[in-house]
Design a protein around this ligand. Structure first.
Ligand code: TDX
Length: 330
């Protein structure tokens, strides 16, 4: 199979690209290499990958790549992904996530692919209270500029299936974590701050809940949907491993042998969604997928990886400094 992946130099889809190479598939990546993209994530797998440094909003270039490569499957994952940045400036999110998806869908329609996997997020559903779950049938009701840009992209995929018959499958994964995550997201932020014995910024009360999915499990889930998923359908992918943020932070500090007194409660994220929780029965019933990493195993593997790869993480600090001044303004 020839699989074209957009955003393949990112945290999650570099892992997926490596899995595809391991499975013997031909892999093509389109990635514009923004601040969050990094081909170091692909390592020596780069030699097995046709890599195009290109922006998914560039319609002519995308059409040209699809014409030259003729992929069987497109996995469209390229996106601006950090909620806090979307609160500072929504512009790049609408461009990359919404416009970029429309460009990819149109290019795929004209190229005639067998399958288009549209990567969405659990955040398209909005937020939950203490109880309940999101089902694939739950109405979309996003709250942040980020999740709105992703919800529009999600619904565009459905529209292209219904209107043009493009074979689109939509995936809505929960929070991913693991090696190579860019250190602006909660888990690597906590690692980096704790490593430096700096205060760890926890928004609000730290009681917001996320469902944590280890990146290798996510990559295997995407692969299994290519094999077993049904076009026109959406699938939730989660681990069932729900934790409030404070519990996550304390787990990391305990693994690192750092004191809980490093925790600093800071101003809450504006419009902060309280809780996400996915019902994944549909996905599990239609594929043989199960998680291999519960949170305890996954967080240990993650922190071990960051300890062993401290150089990669520290290289990101210069760029992050300026952003952190805005993100954590008192
Ligand atoms: O410094 C922090 N302090 C803090 O308390 C950061 C960065 C986050 N948080 C909180 C906010 C959230 O409740 O931790 C939780 C997780 O935050 P993020 O890592 O920013 O992830 P989240 O906002 O939940 O969104 C993630 O999951 C869904 C991804 O970034 C999205 O791209 C994905 O779609």
């Amino acid at each position: 199979m020839k699989i074209l992946i957009t955003g393949g130099a990112g945290f999650i889809f570099s892992r997926f690209a490596k899995l595809c190479v391991e499975k013997g598939d031909e892999v093509v990546i389109i990635d514009s290499l923004t601040y969050a993209g990094d081909t170091a994530r692909l390592g020596f797998f780069m030699q097995n990958i046709n890599f195009y440094k290109e922006d998914v909003t560039n319609g002519e270039a995308i059409k040209g790549i699809l014409k030259a490569e003729k992929p069987d499957v497109i996995v469209h994952a390229a996106a601006e992904s950090h909620v806090d940045r979307s609160i500072i400036d929504a512009g790049p999110f609408i461009d990359s996530n919404t416009k970029g998806t429309q460009v990819m869908l149109d290019a795929a329609r004209h190229a005639g692919v067998e399958l288009f996997v549209n990567i969405a997020t659990d955040e398209v559903y909005g937020e939950l209270g203490e109880s309940g779950q999101f089902y694939e049938t739950t109405p979309i009701n996003p709250n942040s500029p980020y999740s709105v840009s992703k919800a529009a992209a999600d619904m565009l995929g459905n529209a292209y299936f219904r209107t043009y018959g493009l074979p689109v499958i939509t995936l809505r994964p929960s929070n991913n974590y693991g090696p190579f995550q860019y250190p602006e997201k909660l888990i690597p932020v906590v690692f980096l701050k704790a490593y430096q014995n700096s205060p760890i910024p926890v928004y609000g009360t730290g009681m917001n809940v996320r469902e944590w999915l280890y990146v290798d499990d996510a990559a295997r889930a995407v692969y299994s949907i290519i094999k077993h998923g049904r076009p026109g359908e959406s699938y939730n992918i989660g681990s069932g491993e729900e934790r409030d943020n404070l519990t996550v932070v304390k787990s990391i500090l305990d693994i690192m042998g750092k004191p809980h007194s490093l925790i600093e409660f800071v101003k809450d994220r504006q419009g902060h969604d309280f809780r996400y929780s996915l019902n994944c029965d549909k996905f599990k019933n239609e594929t043989a997928w199960q998680i291999e990493y519960d949170f305890q195993k996954g967080i240990k593997a993650t922190i071990d990886w960051y300890m062993d790869n401290i150089d990669w993480t520290f290289k990101k600090i210069e760029y992050l400094k300026k952003y952190w001044e805005t993100a954590y303004a008192k």
